[in-house]
Design a protein around this ligand. Structure first.
Ligand SMILES: C[S@@+](CC[C@H](N)C(=O)[O-])C[C@H]1O[C@@H](n2cnc3c(N)ncnc32)[C@H](O)[C@@H]1O
Length: 285
């Protein structure tokens, strides 16, 4: 095993030999828009924080999501403190973006949505991933992001613009934020349903069924492990009646250097990325 020397402040000492970066594509191909976006996120974060603070933010967020969910409302605790907020934007959101884009690229084509409604959008990762994957298929979409944390919304709006995507954001809390169904839209829930209280989730899902009946599409993403989403099998059965399918996705995806370094510094291992999804393209009914 080779161990990379580290700076006293925890940042990698020297850039290791560049590993082939899947996100960069073949020589001469346009640069993946994710790379300059990621660079801007890290520049902004490291203007305010030292690298060890960012690393500790990643570790604190990982601990919060995995071990201390029961200690209070997770949405506010995840955004509380500069280290965790920066880790959310620079690390977890880009991982969500990368795995979601890879998953959507693997889906068969279908009727195109005109709008993506990203619920619990955070800094916009899941909606951006779907929009980028659709753009690769020549399908331009507009994004609408909703979240209860105002600071996430500001970053979602700026991030989508940096990625060349058109989108608006609106402050709101589920289940109320779902609003009236739009037939040619697609709902996106990126790792957000598990943060809802059971009653709010049940009401949100009743709303989702209304959108499906109107013909809207759906993409729900959650972790591979059912620990935080034990309700998944029941939801899968319930939504199957509306033609919603499950994908369990796991792939070895070479990460951009920035993420590889932070992953290693935080003692994590994201060489394989995965998630489970429930999805349906709009039916235009
Ligand atoms: C794990 S984060 C995922 C963010 C983003 N979708 C992504 O894929 O990176 C969950 C998000 O759900 C939001 N959230 C939690 N409860 C919510 C509620 N009741 N209404 C709206 N947003 C909520 C949180 O603020 C947070 O941004």
């Amino acid at each position: 095993m080779s161990v990379q020397a580290a700076h006293p402040d925890g940042a990698p000492a020297s850039a290791p030999a560049p590993a082939p970066d899947l996100l960069e594509g073949p020589a001469g191909a346009p640069v993946d828009p994710l790379l300059p976006y990621l660079e801007a996120l890290f520049t902004e974060a490291l203007d305010e924080l030292r690298y060890p603070e960012l690393r500790k933010g990643v570790q604190a967020l990982s601990e919060l999501y995995v071990h201390s969910r029961a200690k209070g409302p997770i949405a506010t605790r995840a955004a509380d403190g500069r280290g965790k907020a920066a880790a959310f934007r620079c690390f977890y959101a880009p991982l969500h973006l990368i795995v979601t884009r890879a998953l959507v690229r693997s889906l068969p084509p279908g009727p195109a949505p005109r709008q993506l409604v990203d619920l619990g959008c955070g800094s916009g990762a899941a909606g951006a991933a779907l929009a980028l994957a659709l753009a690769e298929r020549g399908v331009p979409v507009e994004l609408l992001g909703l979240d209860r944390v105002a600071d996430h919304l500001r970053h979602a709006r700026l991030g989508w613009a940096a990625l060349g995507l058109r989108g608006k954001v609106k402050s709101g809390a589920l289940p109320g934020a779902l609003g009236a169904p739009v037939a040619d839209a697609m709902l996106v829930f990126g790792w957000s349903l598990n943060e809802l209280e059971p009653a709010a989730r049940a009401e949100t899902l009743l709303g989702v069924e209304r959108w499906l009946r109107r013909g809207a599409g759906l993409l729900i993403l959650e972790p591979l492990s059912l620990k935080v989403s034990p309700w998944w099998p029941e939801l899968r059965a319930q939504l199957a009646e509306s033609g919603v399918q499950e994908v369990v996705f796991k792939e070895r995806i070479p990460l951009p250097q920035r993420l590889r370094d932070l992953d290693r510094a935080a003692g994590l291992d994201h060489q394989e990325l995965g998630c489970r999804a429930l999805w349906r393209w709009p039916t235009g009914a």
